[in-house]
Design a protein around this ligand. Structure first.
Ligand code: AVJ
Length: 355
């Protein structure tokens, strides 16, 4: 029922949560207006992100996928365990729980999970804020499979990584935590992100991190160019633009704002200081945004939230890029140590293992 009278109109939105609205409006009316990148991932946003992964420009998913497939046999055992082919004749390797932060639909790790289940009791714990992405994830592993010696148990946890990690840490198995897909790039403080995972790691656990690498300096021949990186976030079909702009639709629904998508354009640019692609929405004309406050009476006029002049922007997300050196420094600040690393051909992508 509506929180404060008022007739339900056809097409009316459910009432917004006052606490969530307050946080959204605070970020919008700050000195540098922003929208949390969490709001990129409603059902449509998750769907659009999957489409981004299939655009010819967005190399990250494909390159990480083929790198992970190439190194699967090295990843399935912990560093102190025998490689699976030597264990195969004898006893299975001890159980493992793979805890994947920001897991999405599980496609990234599917071959790794099946390879793990072939040689050891395996539990896969995908964590994600998107219930729809986790439903797709569960469906992927739910069907009949063949060939694995062990049941692959899947235990999805809906919520933030912080929430899911606290729950996953209670599992009794030795754990491989994973933060793949260059998710770390979204963190404004990457060492804090890894530190949060590190706090949930037991002494013999490990963490695998997959990150995109920075474009090479102009004189390096054997690496990707800045144009490759910029194109990955500006696909020709406009899927990334739709993905970024959908954050406004999402905010309208859960924050009670009245953004018109036609008033904004998507901008994704390389930023040297952040070593990141930075995504904004930019006002294409002067815009006034207002919101119906959840705490105000239903007949109160909407409150003015922000005014943008043509060309002014709202920050949506950064997609940080990491060299091995930088990953080592970040791991150290998080109380971890890089034990192994793997680079994709032409240094397009990096996976590190930390303990
Ligand atoms: C899912 C955060 C890794 O930053 O590359 C893709 C999100 N944004 N295109 C990224 C994204 C625009 C993606 N991450």
């Amino acid at each position: 029922a509506p929180a404060f009278g008022g007739e339900a109109r056809p097409g009316a939105q459910p009432p917004v949560d006052a606490g969530e609205q307050a946080a959204i409006l605070r970020a919008l009316s700050a000195e540098t207006p922003s929208i949390s990148c969490v709001y990129l991932y409603d059902a449509l946003g998750s769907e659009l992100f999957e489409q981004i992964c299939e655009t010819p420009e967005y190399y990250l998913t494909r390159v990480e996928g083929s790198l992970l497939r190439d190194i699967t046999a090295q990843l399935v055992p912990f560093a102190d365990e025998p490689p699976p082919e030597r264990a195969a004749g004898g006893a299975a390797l001890p159980p493992v729980a793979w805890v994947e932060c920001s897991a999405g639909n599980g496609e990234k790790v599917a071959p790794l999970m099946l390879a793990s289940a072939a040689v050891r009791p395996t539990t896969y714990v995908p964590l994600d804020v998107s219930a729809s992405a986790l439903a797709a994830n569960l469906a992927r592993f739910g069907g009949a499979r063949g060939g694995e010696a062990h049941e692959l148990r899947v235990r999805p946890i809906v919520g933030t990584n912080a929430h899911g990690l606290a729950e996953a840490a209670r599992l009794s198995e030795r754990k491989s935590f994973m933060l793949l897909g260059s998710s770390l790039g979204n963190a404004l403080e990457p060492h804090a992100e890894l530190g949060m995972i590190a706090r949930h790691m037991a002494p013999r656990d490990r963490l695998l991190v997959g990150v995109d690498t920075p474009p090479a300096s102009a004189d390096a021949s054997n690496a990707k160019s800045r144009a490759d990186v910029v194109a990955a976030y500006n696909d020709a079909r406009g899927v990334t633009a739709a993905f970024t702009l959908n954050a406004l639709t999402h905010i309208n629904r859960v924050g009670g704002t009245n953004f018109a998508l036609a008033d904004f354009a998507h901008r994704s640019e390389w930023c040297d200081e952040r070593c990141a692609i930075v995504a904004h929405v930019e006002a294409v004309r002067d815009v006034v945004v207002s919101a119906r406050l959840a705490i105000a009476p239903a007949d109160a006029p909407p409150a003015r939230v922000l005014e943008l002049r043509k060309g002014e922007r709202i920050f949506i997300e950064q997609s940080g890029k990491f060299s091995l050196r930088r990953m080592e420094a970040i791991a150290q600040r998080a109380g971890l140590r890089v034990t192994r690393h793997w680079l994709a051909p032409r240094d397009f992508y990096l996976v590190v293992e930390c303990e």
